[in-house]
Design a protein around this ligand. Structure first.
Ligand code: ADP
Ligand code: GN1
Ligand code: MG
Length: 376
């Protein structure tokens, strides 16, 4: 993707139907994929308002138009449900601001695709779990999200990134990156590469059950990191599920597992000191309980039984994606220091190893949560 200049950004901003005068624009948030800016405006009546401007990453999302169709479609659907339940559709889901010509995104002729979202005020975006309750709340929100979309016409969704959570296909990509060893970095990651290769046999456990019709395909978020939820700053409740670029048909395990790998770790995703990284079983339990509650009885027995595998496979898959990107020269995930993707891969593999040690306990927790809910 091309570097951005002030002129390019300002030209993009001018295309959107926003009232008032632009006072400030600054990079915002900690996403690894899109370029995100916070815009501050002053309205004619002197009020300060904010918007999120994003350049969508079109080297990753090859078809930004389809991506925006998905987003508009899903958020329109959610807005109706939120309003019918007496909620606030401008705070509880994303709202795309129209361009002056009535579109939902702008292509600037230099292959940059832009969107503007209403900024959801007075919220907190957490990079790490601060309390068990936050994590539990996020689980209810992600479970609810999936439940609310259970009647959404899944066939109308475009696949914004094909095979996004297809772990066997991710494994093949990883192996190809090891073989290419484009920058000669493989020797710095020998232990990590072996760790990943040794677990090939696990990669198809969930996709196989899906193919056999034993696990149901649902509409899932597919990127359920804690920083893809906004919490209300006053009530501290999970308010809005954001980053809808990867909403696609998927398995419940993708959403469950991705949240666990990010939020139930005792360390940050890029922690260098691996002694600080392990799976916190009490956070695992809090999330499991919240997710099952949010899904409100819609998960099948086998889906529930396979949740620990979802956690392990999503963590493993993210690890091989980070490691492949390290080997390929950091072309996918934004990095902020040398070796950043390798550090990220190491935390994921440390977590996988810890999950393998705690497997029996993870299974017991899932069973316990299921029992507890069946008695409610
Ligand atoms: P990425 O795909 O790069 O992760 P996100 O869509 O998650 O991009 O946005 C990056 C960050 O911007 C989020 O983690 C959040 O902090 C912030 N953000 C995104 N959308 C909004 C919004 N509508 N209101 C407030 N903050 C937002
Ligand atoms: C990316 O967009 P963001 O930063 O929320 C990535 C996820 C990874 C995550 C790892 C579209 O998420 O799949 O799990 O980084 N999103 C995409 O932190 O690839
Ligand atoms: Mg994000």
């Amino acid at each position: 993707m091309k570097n951005l200049t002030d002129a390019i950004i300002e030209n993009a901003i001018a295309q959107f139907a926003i009232e008032g005068t632009l006072k400030e624009k600054r990079p915002y948030g900690n996403g690894h994929i899109n370029d995100t800016f916070l815009l501050t405006y002053e309205t004619p009546s002197g009020r300060e308002t904010h918007y999120i401007l994003q350049r969508m990453n079109n080297s990753i999302f090859k078809n930004p138009q389809q991506l925006m169709e998905n987003m508009v479609h899903v958020t329109e659907y959610l807005r109706k449900i939120i309003a019918a339940n007496g909620g606030d559709p401008e705070r509880e889901t994303l709202n795309a601001v129209k361009t002056r010509s009535g579109g939902c995104y702008y292509e600037d002729g230099s292959d940059n695709f832009w969107r503007v979202l209403l900024f959801i005020e007075n919220t907190l975006c957490l990079e790490q779990v601060e309390s068990k309750k936050d994590f539990y709340d996020s689980a209810v929100a992600f479970g609810n999200f999936q439940r609310l979309l259970s009647d959404f016409p899944a066939h109308t969704l475009h696949e914004t990134i094909p095979n996004f959570h297809n772990t066997p296909s991710r494994f093949l990509d990883f192996k190809a990156a090891v073989e290419r060893d484009k920058l000669g970095r493989a020797k710095q990651a020998e232990a990590e590469i072996s760790f990943a290769l040794e677990r090939e046999k696990d990669t198809d456990v969930l996709t196989k059950l899906l193919k056999e019709g034993k696990l149901p395909l649902r509409v899932t978020h597919n990127d359920t990191k804690l920083n893809n939820i906004l919490f209300d700053a006053d009530t501290k409740k999970a308010l809005c599920v954001i980053d809808l670029d990867t909403v696609m048909p998927g398995l419940s395990h993708y959403d469950f597992g991705d949240s666990i790998r990010f939020g139930a770790s005792t360390g940050a995703e890029d922690e260098k000191d691996l002694s600080k990284v392990e799976l916190d079983l009490s956070l695992f339990e809090a999330f499991t309980m919240g997710y099952l509650e949010g899904c409100a009885g819609s998960l099948t027995d086998l889906e529930i039984e396979m949740l620990p595998m979802g956690a392990k496979l999503m963590t493993y898959e993210c690890g091989i994606r980070f490691l492949a990107d390290f080997l390929d020269g950091d072309v996918y995930f934004k990095i902020h220091r040398d070796g950043h993707n390798l550090d990220r891969a190491r935390t994921q593999f440390k977590l996988v190893a810890d999950m393998e040690k705690k497997w029996g306990e993870m299974e017991e927790i899932v069973e316990r949560c299921k029992e507890a809910l069946s008695k409610k």
